[in-house]
Write a protein that binds this ligand. Structure first.
Ligand code: PA5
Length: 464
């Protein structure tokens, strides 16, 4: 289902300095193997609840989607960060490109799916003009139930719904939030909205296999059972596999070594598939928000974590690749390749000139894979380390496995960096400051601190 090719990080391929030798890698794998067992043990103690999401019942989601999905013209998610990126990943990876532009028949009667994860007036107004609120099911998603951006979008939505639907407006709203805590749960209890629970102890960026993203996915006809099966197959494989054959552990280790010992503190994720563009954005949240930590588990200041860049093959071969090839050798590049494209298209012989004719008869996917190999070759020539994750195809199973793979990789990496991969104090600081600036009661201290911190010297404010 998934294949990993680590050859292009090895001394034998890259020569010295920017590589790792077989021996060095094998030793490091053996020396750190204990972390795999440690994580399994912690899992039994309930310390990694996201790992069991694939085994949880989803009948409630399936039942609702089965009976209600096709009644709606639009399904609109209001959420941000981990409450939005998983949904977008599933939509883009498992539905055709431009899905929302397809006529209803080609969507098999399923609604269009929009994700509003910003508070930009232009976008919000444009989207709300585009949809008919009466024919739209709004899904407000927030684990904390308190996130400012999501609540702001909800307030706008509620006004719109009440205006168009009067008392019946509650039928157009589903809330996904914590079972007990937060403003959204209190609102659900008071107003009686239909609601789903975010799993306890699972933060947004680890919640893609929960109602957070499964509900919107089921509403557009994605087979979420198969998605979970893919995750589960990967999980079971890892559980019975020794550390030296565990690709999630080994890739976490490689990322860690290159960041901390080989001066490659930028990790580039570069899928060669337009349908994985949102996946790369999901990953760009997962790794940095989990590993980017000031303190390690011993409370020592470490400022850990690689910087993640997302790029897209082949588009970024004509932009970022110049830097990756000839700029500072400070990156480790992870390609994602899809072996088979079931909708592959043959390039026709539309002209007789040899300068174009060489392409005729090949398929676009062949060209895509050739360009990926060409990039790999150019990078290796310039001694730039890279490795490839190869998916057999894009399907619910492979996407489920890929998402699980990277979440597991992140937790292994947390052990290697000795940081807690959960929690996000750096994000929370901004959330609290926003509460202060927007006048929320109880956050007055934040306002005073902000004006003390952000002092302004007029000399350094330049006007044109
Ligand atoms: O991974 C995380 O926990 C965060 O990125 C959150 O998903 C994000 O901040 C949104 O939080 P919430 O779901 O509480 O609205």
């Amino acid at each position: 289902m998934i294949e990993l090719d680590f050859n292009n990080i090895l001394y034998a391929v890259l020569g010295p300095v920017h590589s790792i030798s077989d021996g060095e890698l094998n030793n490091t794998i053996a020396n750190n193997a204990h972390i795999c067992a440690e994580i399994q043990e912690e899992r039994q103690q309930g310390k990694h609840p996201w790992m069991d999401l694939a085994e949880r019942g989803i009948e409630d989601i399936l039942g609702l989607a089965r009976s209600k999905a096709k009644r709606w013209e639009n399904f609109l998610v209001l959420g941000i960060g981990g409450s939005a990126l998983g949904t977008r990943t599933l939509l883009e990876a498992l539905k055709p490109p431009f899905y929302n532009l397809l006529p209803a028949k080609e969507r098999n009667g399923y609604p269009r799916l929009f994700v509003l994860d910003n508070i930009d007036s232009d976008e919000t107004q444009a989207l709300f003009k585009l949809i008919n609120p009466q024919k739209t099911l709004f899904n407000v998603v927030s684990k904390s139930g308190e996130t400012t951006e999501t609540i702001a979008s909800l307030l706008i939505t509620l006004k719109l719904l009440k205006k168009h639907l009067g008392k019946k407006y509650t039928q157009n709203l589903i809330v996904t939030t914590d079972k007990d805590n937060g403003f959204l749960r209190r609102l659900v209890n008071k107003e009686g909205y239909l609601s789903f629970e975010t799993p306890k102890g699972v933060e947004g960026r680890y919640s893609v296999l929960s109602p957070v993203a499964l509900l919107p996915a089921a509403f557009i006809g994605i087979d979420i059972k198969r998605l979970l099966q893919g995750a589960s197959i990967l999980d079971q494989y890892i559980q019975k596999t020794a550390a030296d054959k565990n690709p999630a552990y080994i890739s976490a280790l490689i990322n860690f070594i290159f960041d901390t010992q080989k001066h490659k503190n930028i990790l580039v994720i570069m899928p060669y598939s337009v349908k994985l563009k949102a996946f790369a954005e999901w990953f760009r949240q997962l790794y940095p928000e989990s590993l980017g930590k000031r303190y390690n588990i011993d409370n020592k200041e470490v400022f850990a974590g690689p910087t993640v860049l997302n790029a897209l093959g082949v588009t970024d071969q004509h932009s970022q690749i110049q830097l990756y090839n000839e700029g500072p050798n400070n990156k480790l590049i992870v390609f994602i390749e899809v072996e088979k494209d079931k909708d592959d298209m043959v390039i026709p012989a539309s002209v007789k000139d040899d300068s174009a004719l060489f392409l005729a008869g090949h398929s676009l996917h062949q060209l895509m894979l050739a360009e990926k190999s060409a990039t790999e070759y150019a990078l290796v020539k310039s001694r730039r380390p890279n490795y490839t994750i190869r998916l057999k195809e894009l399907s619910e199973e492979t996407i489920g496995a890929l998402l699980y793979f990277w979440q597991l990789n992140t937790v292994y990496a947390g052990k290697l960096y000795r940081v807690n991969p959960y929690g996000q104090p750096g994000v929370d600081a901004g959330k609290r400051a926003t509460f202060g600036l927007m006048g929320r009661k109880g956050f007055e201290k934040e306002i005073a601190d902000i004006s003390d911190t952000l002092t302004k010297d007029k000399h350094w404010i330049m006007r044109i």
